[in-house]
Design a protein around this ligand. Structure first.
Ligand code: C5P
Length: 404
């Protein structure tokens, strides 16, 4: 990505009332560093959290806070400002502004500008997790989404009010990255992508399980990259401690059989299935209802094989385009090509598991294989590797649509 990915983009930034408004100051600086020209409009409530002067200094332009400012109207009237914008970005977007936007009300300057502008609208919500979960907020969001408004985030984590959950404003750097990615090609626009990620846990008794060392980072990065490429993404995640990529729907599961049920249920509604989960191959034949005790003797666990989810999806009528992963310690290409053919996949991403790459690591390298082709994707951090992988999947997917 270039150093100035938003070069020349005219951003009208709306700042609404919420404690996250302090992050918008950093956002303005970063937008400008990325090449954008920024004009800031604050709601009256926002000015209670951060002073207009801060945004004026950072944006290099006067900040508007009211429809009824005669000198500002004389300089650049609000209709002119609405026409000027290439993008209207509201960050943070409070629950109240989402309601105002959904209803199409023009009761203040920001609401008026949104209605008066033809520019695309993106909102980065920020609010208490309970408010975020409220049916009224979710209904407003759905209205906006259906109207083509881009919803950026929110992130989850600890909140200013002490709660933990969804509703944090995305970090300014993430917002910039998403805007930049959207200016690039969007090969997955309108495509529905199902991604599985993380390990599975197979319970032995109420306190013990068999798991594996998958961190889920590769699959989560693939989900984020698919969203940037324009896809609607459902992420089925094993037990991992990772935030949901902004914009993804998520189902959490624990065992291989739970993952199977979620995937088989969702597969018919998806165009592409990227199976990045490290599904446990075996599970204990039975789960002990009480904690197993030491007996002084060796303990034999009877293990039975789990369903192969990917192979099962491959057998579905009208199955999605299938991308598997293969983590191998030896004989990588041969093993992976064998899996590609045996499981009836369209593409496989193979990675060598070692002490520096693969499981529990930030970096990875992949060997992509498909019928009649191969490509090495060199060592990189999982996020950039995921972007390249998604680009290659999109190409193979498009090639398949062109030549059914
Ligand atoms: O056979 P192997 O486990 O190496 O295959 C790896 C690929 O198959 C991965 O894409 C993984 O998500 C998928 N898989 C599966 N169900 C299993 C085992 C693996 O979907 N039970």
């Amino acid at each position: 990505m270039s150093d100035v990915p938003l070069q020349g983009l005219r951003v009208l930034l709306g700042v609404t009332g919420g404690i996250a408004a302090y992050k918008s100051a950093d956002l303005v600086r970063r937008l400008r560093d990325a090449g954008a020209d920024v004009r800031v409009v604050m709601t009256e409530n926002a000015t209670r959290f951060v002073g207009a002067l801060t945004f004026q200094a950072l944006s290099g332009h006067p900040v508007r806070t009211s429809l009824w400012d005669e000198s500002a109207e004389a300089a650049m009237g609000h209709i002119e400002l609405a026409r000027w914008a290439d993008l209207v970005l509201i960050a943070p977007a409070s629950a109240d502004v989402l309601a105002q936007l959904a209803a199409g009300r023009a009761e203040d300057l920001l609401g008026t500008l949104v209605l008066a502008s033809k520019a695309p609208l993106a909102v980065a919500p920020a609010m208490n997790q309970q408010m975020w979960a409220h049916a009224a907020v979710q209904a407003n969001l759905e209205t906006l989404r259906q109207r083509g408004v881009r919803i950026l985030g929110p992130a989850s984590g600890s909140q200013a009010c002490g709660d933990v959950g969804d509703g944090r404003l995305l970090e300014p750097a993430e917002i910039i990255e998403m805007l930049a990615a959207e200016r690039g090609p969007r090969p997955f626009a309108g495509v529905r992508v199902l991604v599985s990620a993380g390990p599975t846990y197979e319970d032995i008794d109420p306190v013990r399980y068999i798991g594996n060392r998958s961190s889920g980072r590769m699959g989560f990065a693939v989900a984020a990259a698919a969203i940037e490429a324009g896809a609607r993404v459902l992420l089925v995640a094993g037990p991992v401690d990772l935030p949901t990529p902004a914009g993804a729907a998520r189902i959490d599961v624990r065992s291989a059989r739970q993952m199977r049920d979620a995937i088989i249920g969702a597969a018919p509604e998806h165009d592409i299935f990227i199976s990045a989960a490290a599904v446990g191959d075996y599970r204990p034949q039975s789960i002990s209802p009480s904690k197993l005790k030491k007996s002084g003797q060796p303990l034999a666990l009877e293990l039975i094989q789990n369903p192969d989810i990917l192979a099962e999806v491959s057998g579905l009528v009208g199955r999605p385009f299938l991308v598997g992963f293969a983590a191998e310690t030896d004989d990588l290409e041969h093993q992976a090509r064998d899996k590609l053919e045996r499981k009836g996949l369209d593409m496989i991403a193979a990675n060598r598991v070692s002490t520096t790459l693969g499981f529990e690591r930030d970096e990875n390298a992949l060997l992509l294989l498909w019928a009649g082709g191969r490509e090495e994707l060199g060592q990189a951090d999982k996020r950039s590797l995921a972007r390249t992988l998604v680009d290659r999947i999109a190409r193979r997917y498009a090639a398949g649509l062109a030549a059914p």
